[in-house]
Design a protein around this ligand. Structure first.
Ligand SMILES: [Zn+2]
Length: 418
């Protein structure tokens, strides 16, 4: 579904985002095609594309290989990859991964450090170090849109314990992020990791053309986000779709949340590390990939069979409750591992999607598997620019007037507010 433009003068910034959104989704698109998609007049679209070009967000190119009927080949617009970068930081218990990401979702530089995340002061200093290092890698004169931080949820204190292997222990509040703002002088945005990664998939990943899907975040823990009309469903307190703590096995393994048999106890990197007797070391990915490739470890095989059973059940539950177009699986888990589990989970259970969804479309794997958290975090400072209507969980939004300013417009009336 493409958002439609509006002819009200005050909604000019909104129209700019709609045009940017169409350009991003198509990768490359002519002015005539934009007009057909957004219901704005050819003159308005021409004005907007000219303005977006002049502020450097969009570049125009003659389409090579296009049929030359008469005159010059058509001009197509695309996002300008050199229009600026943002820094995405993914915090997981024990490590921080960061990337410098451009406006088309390419990760230009990547860093990872071990962090004692139980000590927010230590995490603050590690994040500051990563930001300074990536900032130095910025091309000369390039714009930095800001910093996005993705953290494991839930972010609002609930009955679920905040002491456990897959949460950031010791983070009673997020004031550390305010200090990060002060220390770096940059704007810092944050979100639950699953919502950020779902957003990353929507802007730059496999969900680029999808308005509605369920995103499953398979990292050290297990999270999820329901994307409806390209907004993340929040629930009553912003803690919706914490699927890791859905009871999955009656009388099963005790979970730190206070219950037992939670999905995450069977389907997460933490549960895999436990099954293999590994500490949750940063090099776990390589070790797991090596074991998967050798395919001779009985403990790994047994874990995979059990995890695949839980995945099959989870897919059925999610589909029957939410009827999503597809379930996208991303997160820091190695792609080879997720592929193995999805293969073992076949055939999927019968559900409301079975027989309706095209064969093979009920589950989609992120193409950026290991990077999906970094990418999602990096999207947070730019999503307001690139899309007319996203809502993410728990995130500070840029003031509307500021977005209008970044898009080359002054929104003095505030009437363009979404
Ligand atoms: Zn639990």
């Amino acid at each position: 579904m493409i958002s439609r433009g509006t002819t009200q003068q005050s909604s000019a910034p909104y129209n700019r985002r709609i045009v940017l959104d169409v350009i991003r989704r198509h990768g490359m698109i002519s002015r005539k095609e934009i007009v057909e998609l957004v219901s704005l007049s050819p003159q308005t679209v021409a004005n907007i594309t000219n303005d977006l070009q002049s502020i450097g967000l969009v570049v125009a190119r003659r389409v090579k290989g296009a049929k030359k009927s008469r005159g010059q080949p058509p001009i197509a617009f695309e996002l300008n990859p050199k229009a600026g970068n943002s820094i995405g930081i993914s915090l997981e218990p024990g490590r921080a991964s960061a990337g410098l990401v451009n406006l088309v979702g390419e990760i230009l530089e990547r860093r990872e450090v071990e962090v004692d995340t139980k000590d927010p002061r230590h995490a603050l200093s590690a994040m500051g170090g990563l930001i300074r290092e990536l900032k130095r890698r910025q091309p000369r004169g390039a714009r930095l849109w800001g910093v996005g931080v993705a953290l494991p949820g839930p972010l609002i204190q609930t009955e679920i314990s905040f002491i456990g292997p897959t949460v950031l222990e010791g983070w009673k509040d997020l004031s550390v992020l305010d200090e990060l703002r002060e220390a770096t002088g940059l704007q810092v945005f944050y979100s639950v990791d699953s919502a950020a990664a779902a957003l990353g998939e929507t802007l730059f990943g496999v969900a680029r053309s999808l308005d509605n899907f369920f995103y499953m975040h398979f990292g050290l823990g297990l999270g999820g986000t329901l994307v409806m009309n390209r907004s993340a469903y929040r629930g009553a307190n912003g803690n919706a779709t914490e699927i890791g703590h859905i009871p999955a096995v009656p009388g099963g393994k005790p979970c730190y949340c206070g219950n037992s048999g939670c999905l995450e106890c069977y389907l997460s990197l933490h549960s895999l590390a436990q099954a293999l007797g590994l500490s949750a070391a940063p090099d776990r990915d390589e070790r797991i990939v090596a074991l998967l490739e050798r395919d001779d470890d009985p403990a790994l095989k047994a874990w995979c069979r059990q995890a695949a059973d839980r995945l099959r059940d989870a897919v059925c539950v999610i589909e029957n409750i939410l009827d999503p177009v597809t379930i996208v699986i991303g997160g820091s888990a190695p792609k080879l591992l997720v592929e193995r589990l999805v293969a073992l989970a076949q055939p999927l259970h019968h559900s409301v999607r079975g027989g309706v969804a095209a064969p093979g479309s009920r589950i989609l794997l992120s193409e950026r598997q290991e990077d999906s958290s970094i990418l999602g975090a990096a999207v947070l400072p730019i999503y307001d620019l690139l899309s007319p209507r996203f809502e993410v969980l728990q995130q500070d939004r840029r003031p509307e007037a500021e977005v209008a300013g970044l898009l080359g417009q002054r929104d003095t009336t505030g009437a363009g507010r979404l």
